[in-house]
Design a protein around this ligand. Structure first.
Ligand code: ATP
Length: 356
C-alpha cells in the first residue's frame, strides 16, 4: 500500500467547481504526500446520464480512499435537487459520518460585523449531529393539496446517536487546542428541551451521564434561542458546542457570519477511524457561480482541516498561516474586502505556501 494519503475529490456544482481546484493546488503546493483522484458526480453528470451515485460508489469511497474533499451540490437545472440529496446526504448517512465539525475562528477584526471583537474573541467549534434529527426524511403528508392537509416531519433521536456525538464533543475538547495554544475546557450542549421535551430530555440525560466521564471539563447548557442571542452579544462565551442536526445547521450559518461570511467557513463530516468527508460550509451559490468571484478560502481551509485529520499537521499549518496572511494583507476576494478573483486569491495562497 502506498504511504501517500489517497484523497477523492468531488468538486460538484456551481462555485464548488471553482473553489475546489484552488484548494487542491494549495494542498499540492505544501508538498503533502497525497494522491488525488477526481470524480464527476454532479448535476452535469446527472443531466447527461441520470447517474447521481454510481453503483458501489459509497463502498468504493470508503474502501479506496483515506478522505474525501467535496465542493458543493445544487444546480437550478435540477429542480428536485435529487443529485445533491443522493450524493451529499447519501455520503453522510450511508458512510455514517456522524460528526459534523465546524470550527469558527475570526482571522481579522475587519471580518466581524460585531463591534469591539478581536480575533482572539472568536475561536470555538460547533459539533453537529449529522445522521439523525429532522434530516432523516421520516414523516409524510396526508390529504395533500386539500384544506385538511397534514404534514408530519419526525425528529429522530436515538440513544446511540446522541451518546456518540456528545462523546465526540468531549473527545474533541480533549484533543484540540485553541489557536493561541491554550487548552479547550468547556463543552456546551444546546437544545430546545423546554419545548421539545422528549428529544431534549434524552439529550439532557445523556449529556449529564457522559459529562461525568470527563470531570476535567466544564459542562454548560443553553436553549438554542438563548445561544443565538449570546453568540451575537459575546462570542467569547463559547468553546465547544454540541447540538443536533438542525440547530447545528442554523447556528453555524450565524457563526459563519461572524467570521467573514460563508466564504470563510470550513467543515468536516467525520466518523473516527473511517473515511471521512470534508466540505466548505457554503453551497453551490448559483447567483455567483462561473464569475470568478467566489471566495476560495473556505474550501482551502477545509483542505487544511482534512490534512490535519490525516495527520499532516505541518502542511495544514502552512495553509492556515497563508490564509491568515492573505486576510491581513487583503489579498482576498471582494466578499471580504479584497479585489482578487477566485483564481488570483487561490494563486496568492499557492505562492505564499511555496515561498514559506
Ligand atoms: P445551500 O442550500 O446548498 O446551503 P444556498 O444557495 O442556500 O446553498 P450558498 O450557496 O451557500 O447558499 O450561498 C448563499 C449566498 O452566500 C451566495 O449566493 C453568495 O452570495 C454567498 N456565498 C456563499 N459562498 C460564497 C463564497 N465562497 N464566496 C462568496 N460568497 C459566497
Amino acid at each position: 500500500m502506498s504511504a501517500k494519503k489517497r484523497i477523492a475529490i468531488l468538486p460538484g456544482d456551481g462555485i464548488g467547481r471553482e473553489v475546489i481546484p484552488q484548494a487542491v493546488a494549495v494542498m499540492q503546493a505544501t508538498g503533502a504526500a497525497v494522491e488525488i483522484t477526481e470524480f464527476d458526480w454532479s448535476a452535469e453528470r446527472y443531466l447527461k446520464d441520470g447517474v447521481t451515485v454510481p453503483p458501489d460508489g459509497f463502498a468504493m469511497l470508503g474502501r479506496d480512499f483515506d478522505a474525501i474533499l467535496v465542493g458543493a451540490f445544487g444546480d437550478p437545472r435540477v429542480k428536485t435537487n435529487i443529485h445533491a440529496k443522493e450524493i451529499l446526504l447519501g455520503m453522510r448517512f450511508k458512510m455514517d459520518l456522524y460528526a459534523n465539525v465546524r470550527p469558527v475562528r475570526l482571522m481579522d477584526a475587519s471580518l466581524c460585523p460585531l463591534k469591539g471583537i478581536e480575533p482572539k474573541d472568536i475561536d470555538f467549534v460547533v459539533v453537529r449531529e449529522n445522521t439523525e434529527g429532522v434530516y432523516t426524511d421520516a414523516g409524510g403528508v396526508f390529504k395533500q393539496g386539500t384544506a385538511d392537509e397534514v404534514a408530519i416531519q419526525e425528529d429522530i433521536n436515538t440513544r446511540k446517536g446522541v451518546e456518540r456525538i456528545i462523546r465526540y464533543a468531549f473527545e474533541y475538547c480533549e484533543r484540540h487546542k485553541k489557536q493561541d495554544g491554550s487548552p479547550r475546557r468547556r463543552v456546551l450542549m444546546c437544545d430546545k428541551s423546554n419545548a421539545m421535551t422528549h428529544a431534549g430530555g434524552l439529550w439532557q440525560r445523556v449529556f449529564k451521564e457522559v459529562g461525568q466521564e470527563y470531570p476535567q471539563f466544564t459542562t454548560e447548557h443553553l436553549y438554542v434561542d438563548a445561544l443565538c442571542m449570546q453568540m451575537v452579544r459575546d462570542p467569547r462565551a463559547f468553546d465547544v458546542i454540541v447540538t443536533n442536526n438542525m440547530f447545528g445547521d442554523i447556528i453555524t450559518d450565524l457563526a459563519a457570519g461572524m467570521q467573514g461570511g460563508l466564504g470563510m467557513a470550513a467543515s468536516g463530516n467525520i466518523h473516527p477511524g473511517k473515511t471521512s468527508m470534508f466540505e466548505p460550509v457554503h453551497g453551490s451559490a448559483p447567483p455567483i457561480a462561473g464569475k470568478d468571484i467566489a471566495n476560495p478560502f473556505g474550501a482551502i481551509l477545509t483542505a487544511a482541516m482534512m490534512l490535519n485529520h490525516l495527520g499532516l499537521a505541518s502542511e495544514a499549518e502552512k495553509i492556515e498561516a497563508a490564509v491568515l496572511e492573505a486576510v491581513r494583507q487583503k489579498r482576498t476576494t471582494q466578499d471580504i474586502g479584497g479585489a482578487l478573483g477566485t483564481r488570483e486569491a487561490g494563486e496568492w495562497i499557492v505562492n505564499f505556501v511555496r515561498r514559506g
